[in-house]
Design a protein around this ligand. Structure first.
Ligand code: URA
Length: 434
């Protein structure tokens, strides 16, 4: 068996055996299979897909590429959540400390920016010194002491996902059911929480553009979770326009801190409460949605959730001072308001265009392993359904240079549409799949 044969088999639409998938992932890890071969294989999987058995084998092979933990031994109330990726999706920054403040534990492996979507680790690294590269012993110590860990893939923890994730990011192979499902579920399997809430995004700023596709992806992941002995629920949530107002790493951190102070945008706050509620219900820590939401609202307003966020930053070597003084977060050189060329109601705010603009400003990567600029991005002042006067501010661009800001403005204008009559904003949540 060799890599070319396995790539050719998938290229021709054939089904790979467990043995072939294990061989490929082991080769990727040992270096006997090169990155360019992995990239070709990813494209073959992207184009040809994988059946449920292949996806399960891939998930298991990726999880077993590193150490397998059982976090429930350290934290019996460990619950995990994971988003399939979106624009302005800073939910983990709020939901993880929020549910920890309500008595749960969160031990989570998150990702970096993927394609036009942002990544939790890039956002958290806006805090000087923050480290997502934790040894297994540190991961478990932090969990035991603080009940909250948000780490990255390391040579010890799902290293195969670390490699494939970085390659997918720059080879246009992200939006594939088996690749997304195995990437997410291998991380859940390796860490060991048995209760998982999946936030499956749908719309222009997500990898699934229709509700039908999102429900199908949710079904694949829930089935995978069951096959692996876990309980999962999926919230199918809107990603046609960005979530909240901020898009870009430190800008999103600032918005998350505002939200943890009870002063975040309504849509984002409500989304965090929805995901947190599902985590509380699945972990059997509340009997009804109403009870869960009331507990979580209390933890937000009392400041307990913000304290748990400070724990997270400090425990992973970050300097928490920006939490009390937001001006200490990375700041862009150029801050340029962009005004509306016409009056009306915003009828479209294309999340993908906003995500791509933020990426071009430097918030995401174009090449594997590139550093990101934590300061840059976009803050939206108007969203779908809002009325705007001609010349009123639509958004603010945070850029490294005037040129970059000008390019961003031209692109962002394409993200908006206006109508003369009132427009209903899209729903935040389409359905919950159990
Ligand atoms: N999040 C992940 O961890 N992997 C994906 O493929 C998409 C979102």
């Amino acid at each position: 068996m060799n890599a070319q044969e396995i790539i050719a088999k998938k290229r021709d639409g054939l089904v790979l055996s467990k043995h072939e998938i294990d061989f490929f992932i082991k080769g990727l890890m040992s270096g006997s299979i090169a990155d360019y071969q992995a990239a070709a294989w990813l494209m073959a999987v992207y184009l040809r897909g994988m059946n449920a058995e292949e996806t399960t084998h891939l998930t298991e092979a990726m999880a077993h590429s590193g150490r397998m933990l059982d976090v429930e031994k350290t934290a019996p109330l460990a619950v995990d959540k994971h988003s399939t990726g979106g624009v302005g999706d800073k939910t983990t920054l709020v939901v993880a400390p929020l549910v920890v403040a309500a008595g749960l534990s969160v031990a989570k492996i998150s990702g970096r920016g993927l394609g036009f979507t942002g990544g939790t680790l890039d956002k958290l690294e806006s805090f000087p010194g923050f480290s997502s590269d934790l040894s297994v012993s540190r991961f478990l110590e932090n969990l035991s002491e603080y009940h909250i860990v948000v780490a990255g893939q390391t040579p010890d923890l799902v290293p195969a996902d670390g490699k494939l994730y970085a390659l997918r990011d720059v080879t246009a192979t992200v939006g594939s059911y088996p690749l997304i499902a195995s990437s997410i579920m291998s991380k859940k399997l390796a860490v060991g929480a048995r209760t998982i809430v999946l936030d499956v995004k749908v719309g222009r700023g997500a990898f699934m553009e229709t509700e039908k596709e999102a429900v199908e992806l949710a079904g694949i992941m829930i089935q995978l979770a069951e096959n692996l002995g876990k309980r999962a629920a999926a919230v199918i949530s809107d990603m046609n326009q960005p979530l909240g107002r901020a898009v870009g790493n430190s800008l999103e951190v600032k918005e998350a801190i505002d939200t943890l102070r009870g002063a975040g945008p309504d849509d984002f706050t409500s989304h965090c409460l929805t995901i947190g509620t599902q985590m509380m219900l699945l972990a059997k820590q509340a009997e009804s949605e109403r009870e869960a939401r009331t507990i979580l609202q209390d933890r937000l307003l009392s400041g307990h959730a913000l304290d748990r966020f400070k724990d997270l930053v400090k425990a992973q070597d970050g300097d928490p001072s920006p939490i009390d003084d937001l001006s200490l977060l990375p700041q862009a050189r150029v801050v340029r308001p962009m005004s509306s060329p016409r009056a009306g109601y915003i009828s479209r705010l294309d999340a993908r265009t906003v995500g791509l603009t933020a990426m071009d400003l430097g918030a995401g990567r174009k090449k594997k392993g590139e550093p990101v600029d934590h300061a840059v991005g976009v803050v939206l002042h108007k969203k779908i359904g809002d009325s705007v006067a001609q010349g009123e501010e639509l958004c603010t661009i945070h850029a490294e240079s005037e040129d970059a800001a000008q390019r961003a403005e031209a692109r962002l204008l394409e993200a908006f549409d206006w109508q003369d009559h009132a427009v209903e904003p899209p729903p935040l949540v389409y359905q919950v799949v159990r």
